[in-house]
Design a protein around this ligand. Structure first.
Ligand SMILES: CCCCC/C=C\C/C=C\C/C=C\C/C=C\CCCC(=O)SCCNC(=O)CCNC(=O)[C@H](O)C(C)(C)COP(=O)(O)OP(=O)(O)OC[C@H]1O[C@@H](n2cnc3c(N)ncnc32)[C@H](O)[C@@H]1OP(=O)(O)O
Length: 220
């Protein structure tokens, strides 16, 4: 494959384009703790068989908390700046659906370089991510792969948007079980970055995907 793309030497400062940016270290520990609790809450709400009066009491309590937390909100597009040791700075969104540290819907998936030059992450999904009984929803697996694929391009200094994504589901992916996600860049051509990723359970590939990421064009 022709190698014509070059890593983005220095992305422009996103704040110059109207983005808010937070560093990972700026998110208080208490916010991480709250997100972890809300993840448990989402799972509890999904599975509860509480009595109607208990449900009504819980609803009132949650409404109060929502009001409290909504008094000071971040911009939805706020970027999270991650500075991996030895790698280029990477931007994601702080509320990214798959990896956002403040998004209680995100498992989250954290990808980091492995010994073999791949990106690697571990994730365990609870019943909130269910499709068929006991099995992870295929759309969610596609989301995990998309994130891992985008992260591979970003970690190589070539962040972009997914232009296309192809997923093969090889085996049912179990809930409540540790999953390993791996991804890497397989080739580049002008602004096109070709990437591949896998999800494994117990060493066996349950889903794999390839994507074309088109590198961000730096605005004039
Ligand atoms: C300003 C400072 C910013 C700082 C950084 C900020 C943020 C960082 C952002 C993100 C990166 C970080 C991590 C995110 C990680 C994961 C998140 C998951 C990924 C996503 O969730 S992402 C959302 C879903 N995604 C979209 O929302 C894309 C919608 N879409 C478009 O925005 C355009 O469609 C685009 C940009 C894709 C291309 O548009 P474009 O105008 O820039 O480029 P163009 O069309 O010229 O294509 C160039 C070459 O790609 C070929 N090409 C294009 N499309 C193709 C296709 N489908 N199949 C085969 N080839 C294709 C052409 O044929 C040409 O090829 P060739 O070079 O050979 O001529």
């Amino acid at each position: 494959m022709t190698v014509e793309a070059e890593p983005v030497a220095g992305l422009p400062d996103p704040t110059e384009y109207g983005f808010s940016v937070v560093r990972e270290s700026e998110i208080p520990r208490e916010h991480h703790d709250l997100v972890a609790r809300v993840r448990e809450l989402v799972d509890a709400v999904a599975h509860t068989q509480a009595e109607p009066a208990e449900l009504a009491a819980a609803e009132a309590t949650v409404a109060e908390l929502t009001e409290l937390l909504s008094r000071r909100r971040r911009d939805t597009g706020t970027l999270l700046l991650h500075r991996p040791p030895g790698g280029p700075p990477e931007y994601g969104t702080v509320t990214n659906l798959v990896a956002g540290p403040t998004n209680a819907v995100a498992p989250p998936l954290v990808m980091a370089p492995g010994a073999d030059g791949e990106l690697r992450g571990e994730v365990t999904l609870n019943g909130v991510y269910q499709g068929p009984p006991g099995i992870v929803h295929g759309g969610w697996l596609a989301a995990l792969l998309d994130q891992a694929l985008g992260a591979a391009a970003s970690a190589a200094g070539m962040p972009g948007l997914t232009a296309n994504l192809s997923v093969d589901y090889r085996r049912p992916t179990p809930l409540h079980a540790p999953l390993t996600v791996t991804s890497r860049v397989t080739g580049t051509e002008r602004r096109k970055v070709f990437v591949a990723a896998e999800i494994r359970h117990d060493g066996e590939v349950t889903a794999e995907g390839t994507a074309l990421m088109v590198r961000l064009a730096v605005p004039d």
